[in-house]
Design a protein around this ligand. Structure first.
Ligand SMILES: [Ca+2]
Length: 163
């Protein structure tokens, strides 16, 4: 569990106003994950390894132009931040130029944020969604280049359940 605070300070009258104060959880943990493809047929690197809480293993797609990973959170959440961790054994530069999208259905995913460039081995990519972003599905996708693999060690989605 992680405490999340948003403070807006108004200088006039020395008033400090707390606009929101919510307990955020990693709502992606152990949820269902779909990959655009898998690296090999024996399921060595399934999507579930991106949401198992371990930075020591990872999911891994086959080589594609725009590989993606999609998490079904199983319900709607207000989503504040998404963190993507690169694999820690090597090849951190496999994780680059990501679009992060959130939506209520897989056919209506809106851009939450974009990461430009390459990360490093074990690197962390934080993406903050626009205020009041809600959805059930979270998708990360490499959008630059012609032959890519998507190999995140972990994807964390910090959110609060909404009806
Ligand atoms: Ca993992």
């Amino acid at each position: 569990m992680r405490r999340f605070f948003t403070f807006i300070f108004f200088c006039l009258g020395r008033a400090n106003v707390i606009l929101s104060n919510a307990d955020l959880n990693n709502v992606a943990y152990a949820k269902s994950v779909t990959l655009s493809s898998e690296y090999n047929t024996d399921r060595t690197y399934p999507g579930s390894k991106a949401v198992n809480g371990l930075l020591s293993d990872f999911a891994h797609t086959a080589h594609e132009k725009t590989p993606w990973l999609r998490i079904d959170l199983g319900a709607n959440y207000q989503i504040h931040e998404i963190e993507v961790f690169a694999r820690s054994d090597c090849c951190g530069n496999q994780l680059h130029d990501l679009d992060v999208r959130v939506g209520h259905t897989i056919n209506h995913l809106r851009l939450c944020g974009h990461f430009t460039g390459y990360t490093t081995v074990g690197g962390r990519i934080p993406v903050w969604c626009p205020q009041n972003t809600t959805g059930r599905y979270v998708q990360i996708q490499i959008v630059v280049g012609t032959s890519n693999v998507l190999s995140p060690a972990e994807v964390l989605v910090w959110g609060v359940h909404v009806n």
